[in-house]
Design a binder for this molecule. Structure first.
Ligand code: PRP
Ligand code: URA
Length: 216
């Protein structure tokens, strides 16, 4: 079966609402952080479809036995927040995936070259086969950071087809790089913005997501 690179922009009113709050330059940073948390929750809800492993069981209702579907807790699920800004999406993701292990990956862009470098890597040496991985990073701009993250993960045995990226704003340069390298990967975004400017910022975007989440 050929595997496709997919990008979903769920047409959900709560996602649209919190995106508009996050875009607004007059939104204070504490509310910006709440908006990103909400987006983490609703985008993770969407991303969990046909990704979170389930199993069928027999349930005894007060009247009869019937088939029920439950989360299969035997299959490992991991969340990988890309620091700093990916931490903003983590709380929302964790409320829906309470059993997921969290592996932090710290990446920062050089403001001149826009190259991403890694300053913290808490990934395991090897992920167990079949591990579902959810990466959180609000901004996919030039794609340097997310490509670095994907390289680190796939080197450790992660299957792109079992991986979901949850972001707020995705831009074409990042999506093109991911599509070329990782067929089978799926991205969930609140929006796709077409422009990345010469400074590497998405337009209209959100501005500097990390600074706005942490008030710096
Ligand atoms: C931001 C953002 C992404 C990256 C996207 O992080 O959170 O990780 O930029 O840009 P790219 O697609 O061009 O690589 P930043 O490096 O500003 O670090 P921060 O999260 O600590 O603010
Ligand atoms: N990182 C951000 O925080 N914002 C952008 O627009 C691009 C990268």
């Amino acid at each position: 079966m050929t595997q496709k690179f997919l990008v979903y922009v769920p047409p959900h009113p709560l996602i649209k609402h919190w995106l508009a709050v996050a875009r607004d330059v007059s939104t204070p940073w504490v509310l910006f952080r709440s908006a990103i948390t909400e987006l983490g929750r609703w985008l993770t809800y969407e991303a969990a479809r046909e990704w979170l492993p389930t199993q069928e069981i027999v349930v005894k209702s007060p009247l009869a036995d019937c088939v029920g579907t439950m989360i299969d807790a035997e299959v490992p699920v991991a969340v990988v927040p890309i620091l700093r800004a990916g931490l903003g999406l983590l709380d929302g993701a964790q409320t829906l995936l309470p059993l997921a292990k969290v592996y932090h990956l710290g990446l920062v862009r050089n403001e001149e070259t826009l190259q991403a470098s890694c300053y913290l890597n808490k990934l395991p040496e090897k992920f167990a086969p079949e591990t579902r991985v959810l990466i959180t990073d609000p901004m996919l701009a030039t794609g340097g950071s997310i490509m670095t993250a994907m390289e680190e993960l796939t080197q450790r045995g992660v299957d792109p087809a079992l991986t979901r990226i949850v972001c707020v704003v995705a831009a074409p340069p990042a999506l093109q790089k991911l599509a070329a390298a990782y067929p089978g990967l799926t991205v969930y975004a609140a929006t796709i913005d077409e422009i990345v400017n010469d400074q590497g910022y998405i337009v209209p975007g959100l501005g500097d997501a990390g600074d706005r989440i942490f008030g710096t």
